[in-house]
Design a protein. Structure first.
Ligand code: JFZ
Length: 437
């Protein structure tokens, strides 16, 4: 998913400056919520369960029949997202299973025909907008339910050791041209019937033998249509349009470790991450990331000039898992006190180095640095390497309390260009305190 450097071909005539302006809110806001919700919330063992367990449509039908999200209240979701400090949300309007949470004219496989009896996306859009959050649609290019979507290596009915001829046989009667029509029709609906949509998150391409890519989706025309219907829309990079300079707006490093995020510095990017490994609700998955790990993901993303899209997988009743609620509340507590180090921030200028055990973000508008104390110095003394004569004032971000700075280190240990930060010996009661410089 790395856009080809120096790609010349272009799909639109937008300039770099226009793109920057179009994406300004997104680059500023930094923190969003991903929502993976569909029939897979019922088996509650990963959103790929149909493929992993090679279920037929008949076997999977029970989840459609039993889908009954009686506690669905997107106003509550929006409040929870907002409280956590998130500024936008991207929801699965349709995932690979093919089930639509919206009232599409082109299928019966949709929430309106379940016990839910209504368009769940319409309510979602209204609720999130009302809380002042931007709205994004995830749309799966892959569709395991559509009768014209050809079976390949990631399909539930895949042939694991199949030859080309085996695939031809199993795909007899399936017609990707018809599926393409369906795909265009649905994307048109989504980008026409719900007001302004801020992001479209297509997922995903896997070009090659028994795979699918830009020719299968007609990605160039799909992207053109999206831009026509929603001129301001921001589009991810999973359409297999790497040959085009404007084939994607941002990169989507998925479930990567914090140490790997530095390599995206200088690009437009958003890392998507789960609380526990699965995107869809997974009842028995019990290794949830700690508060500190989640904060690390957020801070490290900003410290490398990127966004974090943190995923929640609501239950079959339409609520967030209690563990997700606790995690969001925790993030909200930290963000309440420290969001100034996140919004509008990016990586620090080259000549400001982060001391060991800290991570730096920087707001170019206000010319302030934010030093995140992942490790708190036991003496309260922290050397700021090369900061002498460059900084004016330092304070804790959470309470605006002054922190002293000194050019006098203990017995000549300080280099001439360094400064020392005189932190209180006692760490403030906060997982990761932030010094505003
Ligand atoms: C896709 C989906 O299959 C998955 O269920 C989830 O929605 C996730 C956000 O996106 O998974 C991918 C897509 C691309 C890669 C890995 C997983 N990739 O490029 O490595």
């Amino acid at each position: 998913y790395t856009a080809t450097a120096g790609a010349q071909k272009k799909i639109t005539d937008e300039t770099e400056a226009q793109k920057k302006e179009r994406m300004a809110w997104w680059a500023h806001d930094r923190f969003g919520m991903f929502i993976h919700w569909g029939l897979y919330a019922l088996p509650a063992r990963h959103e790929w369960v149909k493929q992993r367990e090679r279920m037929t449509d008949e076997q999977y039908q029970v989840y459609f029949d039993e889908f009954n999200p009686d506690l669905y209240n997107p106003k509550q979701w929006a409040k929870q997202a907002k409280k956590a400090g998130m500024k936008y949300a991207v929801i699965t309007t349709k995932h690979h299973e093919g089930f639509c949470l919206f009232d599409s004219e082109f299928t019966d496989y949709k929430s309106t025909n379940t016990k839910a009896g209504r368009d769940l996306i319409a309510e979602f859009v209204e609720a999130f907008r009302a809380e002042g959050l931007k709205v994004g649609f995830y749309y799966s290019l892959i569709d395991w339910h559509h009768p014209d979507f050809t079976i390949d290596r990631i399909h539930p009915q895949r042939i694991d050791e199949g030859s080309e001829a085996d695939y031809d046989a199993v795909n007899k009667g399936r017609d990707m041209k018809k599926y393409r029509k369906y795909l265009f029709n649905q994307v048109r609906e989504l980008l026409t019937n719900y007001g302004k949509i801020d992001i479209i998150w297509f997922d995903f391409s896997y070009p090659g033998k028994n795979g699918k890519g830009k020719d299968d989706w007609n990605s160039v025309e799909l992207l053109k249509m999206a831009r026509e219907l929603q001129p301001g829309i921001i589009v991810d990079n999973r359409l297999d349009l790497n040959d085009y300079a404007d084939g994607a707006d941002f990169e989507t490093p998925e479930q990567v470790k914090t140490e790997e995020l530095a390599k995206y510095k200088g690009k437009m990017w958003e890392t998507c991450q789960t609380f526990s490994g699965s995107w869809g609700y997974y009842r028995d998955e019990n290794t949830w990331k700690s508060q500190r790990q989640l904060l690390d993901l957020l801070i490290t993303s900003v410290a490398n000039g990127g966004n974090l899209l943190l995923n929640v997988g609501p239950t079959g009743r339409g609520e967030f898992d209690y563990r997700a609620i606790n995690a969001l509340d925790g993030l909200g507590g930290w963000m309440h006190a420290n969001s100034r180090s996140v919004y509008g921030c990016t990586f620090a200028p080259e000549d400001y180095k982060a001391p060991t055990g800290t991570k730096l973000t920087y707001n170019p508008e206000t010319n302030r640095l934010y030093l995140h104390l992942f490790e708190y110095p036991s003496s309260g003394r922290l050397v700021l390497p090369g900061y002498k004569n460059k900084i004016r004032y330092t304070q804790f971000l959470h309470d605006n309390s002054e922190i002293g700075i000194s050019a006098e280190g203990p017995s000549g240990t300080l280099k001439n260009e360094d400064l020392i930060l005189l932190l209180p010996e006692q760490k403030p009661g906060m997982e990761i305190p932030v010094v505003e410089i």
